[in-house]
Write a protein that binds this ligand. Structure first.
Ligand SMILES: C[S@@+](CC[C@H](N)C(=O)[O-])C[C@H]1O[C@@H](n2cnc3c(N)ncnc32)[C@H](O)[C@@H]1O
Length: 241
C-alpha cells in the first residue's frame, strides 16, 4: 500500500443512489466510531478553547458537511448546561443526510440544517463565529481543498476547526480490526479504509495553510489518528505546534 499520496477513489456514501435507510445505518456506524475513539470530543475541546480565548455571550457555530448532525447535537447538549447561548447551523450537500439530521434533532430548536455545496460557498452567504469541518475535507482533492478553505476564512469571525484523519498504515490496519468488531455496514467498513487513505500527513496540512499565511494556524495530532487544525481568523501570526 502506497500512502505517499492521497487516495482519489470516491467513498460509497457519497453516491446519491444510496438509500436513506442505508445512509442512516452508515451514520450510526460513523457515530459509534467517533464515540468509541473520541473523535467528536477533540472538536468539542477545540470549540471550548476558542470560546475561552474569545469570550462572548452568544456564538454562531456552523458545521460544514454536518452529515446526520451528531456533532451539533453534542455541542447543543454541552452548552445547555452553561450560560453561553449557542446557535448551530449544519450544512451538507446530501438531502438524505439533512432529512436524517432534522429527524434526529427535533428536540434541538437551536440547530438549523441547510443544503449547501461546500465548493460553492460565497462570502456573502452567511457569517459565523466558529466554523467546524469534521471528517469532511478528506472527501475532496488537493485542488478543491484550497477553494473552500479560503471561503472558510472569510466566513468565520473567530476561528475554524478542522478535524480529520491521519493517512497512516498503522491506522489502516487497526481500523480493519476495529471495524470487524464494531462496524455493521459494508459501506462504513469500506469507506473507513478509503477515508484513511484519503487522509493527511501533517505536511499536507502545512502546505494548505501556507496559502492562508495571514492567519494563525495550530495543527496537532490527536488519538485516534486524527489531526486537529485550528485557524484563528482574527490572529495574524503563524505557528505550527
Ligand atoms: C464522513 S461524513 C462526515 C459527517 C460528520 N461531519 C461527522 O464528522 O461524522 C462527510 C459529509 O460530507 C458531506 N459532503 C460531501 N461532499 C460535500 C459537498 N460538496 N458539500 C457539502 N457537504 C459535502 C457528505 O454528504 C457527508 O455528510
Amino acid at each position: 500500500m502506497d500512502l505517499r499520496y492521497r487516495n482519489t477513489e470516491s467513498e460509497l456514501m457519497d453516491d446519491p443512489k444510496v438509500a436513506i435507510e442505508t445512509l442512516r445505518l452508515v451514520f450510526d456506524d460513523i457515530n459509534k466510531s467517533n464515540r468509541l475513539l473520541g473523535g467528536n470530543r477533540i472538536t468539542l475541546n477545540s470549540v471550548c478553547k476558542l470560546i475561552k480565548e474569545f469570550p462572548r455571550k452568544q456564538y454562531t457555530i456552523v458545521d460544514m458537511g454536518c452529515g446526520d448532525g451528531e456533532m451539533l447535537r453534542e455541542l447543543a447538549s454541552y452548552f445547555r448546561n452553561t450560560e453561553i447561548e449557542i446557535l448551530l447551523i449544519g450544512l451538507d450537500l446530501n438531502e438524505k443526510a439533512l432529512t436524517i439530521a432534522r429527524e434526529l434533532s427535533v428536540d434541538f430548536p437551536e440547530i438549523t440544517f441547510l443544503k449547501q455545496d461546500i465548493l460553492a460557498l460565497k462570502p456573502l452567504n452567511f457569517s459565523c463565529d466558529i466554523l467546524l469541518c469534521t471528517l469532511t475535507i478528506h472527501h475532496f482533492s488537493n485542488k478543491q481543498i484550497p477553494i473552500f478553505l479560503s471561503q472558510f476564512t472569510k466566513l468565520a469571525q473567530i476561528g475554524i476547526i478542522i478535524n480529520d484523519l491521519q493517512r497512516s498504515a498503522l491506522a489502516y490496519y487497526l481500523f480493519k480490526g476495529f471495524s470487524a468488531i464494531f462496524i455493521k455496514t459494508k459501506i462504513a467498513k469500506h469507506d473507513g479504509l478509503i477515508s484513511i487513505k484519503s487522509g493527511f500527513k501533517k505536511k499536507d496540512l502545512i502546505t494548505f495553510s501556507k496559502n492562508l499565511s495571514h492567519i494563525a494556524h495550530t495543527i496537532n495530532w490527536k488519538w485516534a489518528f486524527r489531526y486537529v487544525w485550528v485557524m484563528e481568523t482574527s490572529r495574524l501570526s503563524q505557528s505550527y505546534e
